[in-house]
Design a protein around this ligand. Structure first.
Ligand code: NDP
Length: 249
């Protein structure tokens, strides 16, 4: 670890040098989360489907819809770096359309990545965490999990389900120093929101008390905090990072 990394880590209160797995770290929020942990001195791996990786991220090809590929990737990570101590389940997709037009395939595809994919990764990560009697599980939910979103019956159902998942894990594994929390972003400045027409962006922003979208760094900072020593007694929580959009829900 370099001196700079050690200083950054001390400043943010993390325990440097852990093995952190961020699913879907090729772009967007996952990429910034991976970069944040690397800057703090942690070893970061990702399960990804191919393409470019951010500097310093160790890539393991696995689709989160494939249990066997996930198992093989975890086995390789454990061999190369040691057991995963922090799991950030970030990979997610949307297939937005109005309820009447939503096909079974639209529904199942989103469930398979956003819900079953998260379950598969947690199940595999938990074996090492239970053995080590420590672990941090951070699930990337969404404001629409509790607030709802027109055209997002499939997506919002998966994000709401993550809350039950984190809370059940908390009850099951809490006594072994394993925490499980949901970070629920609102609108975030990513490729997805950048392509929205200016008028639509304006309309969304007018509904957000903060009056703007979040940067990916504002999500990553909260994820990093939840993995830090300072958050050791936070579990089963839903932490909104939405500029106030979903408050009261
Ligand atoms: P992006 O679409 O930019 O990135 C998603 C990542 O997930 C990519 O790396 C993608 O890989 C990966 N991924 C998708 N499907 C799979 C799969 N089957 N197996 C493995 N990896 C997969 O998303 P964002 O950064 O915008 O979102 C990240 C998370 O934050 C998601 O869970 C999303 O629901 C949530 N979120 C996002 C918000 C936003 O405004 N952007 C708001 C609230 C929540 P590939 O390159 O192979 O497709």
């Amino acid at each position: 670890m370099t001196e700079m990394q050690a200083t950054t880590s001390a400043a943010t209160g993390g325990t440097p040098g852990r093995v952190v797995l961020v699913t879907g770290a090729t772009r967007g929020i996952g990429k910034t989360i991976a970069e944040t942990f690397i800057a703090a001195g942690d070893t970061v791996a990702t399960l990804y489907r191919g393409g470019d990786l951010p500097d310093g991220v160790h890539g393991y090809v696995a689709d989160v819809t494939d249990s066997a590929a996930i198992d093989a990737a975890f086995t390789a990570i454990e061999k190369d770096h040691g057991p995963v101590e922090v799991l950030v389940a970030n990979a997610g997709i949307t297939r937005d359309t109005l309820l009447m037009r939503m096909t079974d395939d639209d529904f199942d595809a989103v469930l398979d990545v956003n819900l079953r994919g998260v379950f598969r990764c947690i199940r595999r990560a938990s074996t090492g965490m239970i053995r080590k009697r420590t672990g941090r599980i951070i699930l990337i939910g969404s404001v629409v999990g509790l607030y709802g979103g027109a055209g997002q019956v499939n997506y919002s159902a998966t994000k709401a389900a993550l809350v039950g998942m984190a809370r059940s894990i908390t009850r099951e594994l809490g006594a072994r120093s394993i925490t499980a929390n949901v970070v629920a972003p609102g609108f975030v400045e990513t490729e997805m929101t950048a392509v929205l027409p200016e008028d639509t962006q304006k309309q969304y922003k007018s509904a957000i008390p903060a009056g703007r979208f979040a940067s990916t760094g504002e999500i990553a900072g909260v994820v990093h905090f939840l993995a830090s020593d300072a958050a050791s007694y936070i579990s089963g929580a839903v932490i909104p990072v939405d500029g106030g959009l979903g408050m009261g829900h």
